[in-house]
Design a protein around this ligand. Structure first.
Ligand SMILES: C[S@@+](CC[C@H](N)C(=O)[O-])C[C@H]1O[C@@H](n2cnc3c(N)ncnc32)[C@H](O)[C@@H]1O
Length: 241
């Protein structure tokens, strides 16, 4: 474990142990005031920590249920959702705030450690919501499987390729994109994730994309889409057994 994170709580040790030097090349990980931070080499990208108790992550209950993502996933109390592209965990927190049990899958070991740290701290203020989020460090394409039929929805929010203007807005997402690009993932595998999600034969698959972006070739048309000003949620519903 890097000496910079030696003060990390014990519960984080197994997540930090998965990080290899090339996962953080050009970046640094530090514990500051009890919070794990990722620091970018480029000063304008700044630092990244995951705090579920602030800003947009802070709302819950009825307000969460009216959100497009929650409606797209068909969440009710007790629903089970697989969030196959964990990222900053904002969407997972929203889904859990609306009452879903969320399997949160993130492939990048540094991002998974930041999520684990955020969830540990969120347990203190919002134990009920945090307890509904189950973090897994894995490649979703390998773990989404047909036996997931009992799950209400698989949700996918792949990273936009770094050149996209729409990816430039949120500094935290830019930092995440820079980290993933440095580890050899210039953009996420939309077609592969979608194929794996559709194989899982869940009641719904939900894909978030920029409003005007076409689906990859060969993908079946979604059952419907919920569109906003800049993004849309494409929803595939399975009716049969
Ligand atoms: C745009 S971010 C997701 C943002 C997230 N919805 C949120 O609310 O913060 C995409 C994330 O998916 C992860 N990812 C991409 N492909 C993946 C895969 N095959 N399995 C697991 N995670 C993946 C990336 O490492 C990145 O952290």
């Amino acid at each position: 474990m890097s000496p910079d994170v030696i003060d990390a709580p014990l519960e984080l040790a197994s997540w930090l142990a998965r990080i290899e030097p090339d996962h953080v090349e050009g970046f640094a990980l530090r514990m500051r005031e009890g919070t794990l931070h990722l620091l970018a080499g480029e000063p304008e990208l700044g630092a990244l920590a995951i705090d579920f108790t602030r800003g947009a992550s802070g709302f819950r209950g009825p307000r969460a249920r009216s959100e497009r993502l929650v409606r797209a996933c068909g969440v009710r109390d007790g629903s089970r959702v697989v969030d196959a592209t964990g990222g900053l965990g904002t969407d997972a927190w929203l889904l859990a705030s609306a009452g879903a049990e969320v399997e949160l899958i993130e492939q990048h070991p540094v991002v998974a450690a930041l999520l684990a740290d955020g969830l540990l701290r969120a347990r203190v203020q919002h134990p009920d919501i945090a307890a509904r989020i189950h973090l897994q460090g894995a490649d979703s394409r390998a773990v989404l499987a047909p036996q997931m039929a009992a799950v209400t929805a698989v949700y996918i929010d792949p990273m936009y390729p770094p050149r996209r203007k729409s990816a430039l807005g949120d500094r935290r997402l830019r930092l995440l994109a820079a980290l993933c690009a440095m580890s050899g993932q210039p953009g996420d595998d939309v077609a592969g994730l979608l194929a794996a999600a559709l194989t899982a034969r869940t009641k719904r698959v939900v894909l978030k994309r920029p409003l005007r972006e076409a689906l990859p070739n060969g993908v079946p048309d979604p059952s419907y889409s919920l569109s906003g000003r800049s993004t849309r949620f494409d929803v595939w519903r399975r009716t049969g057994p």
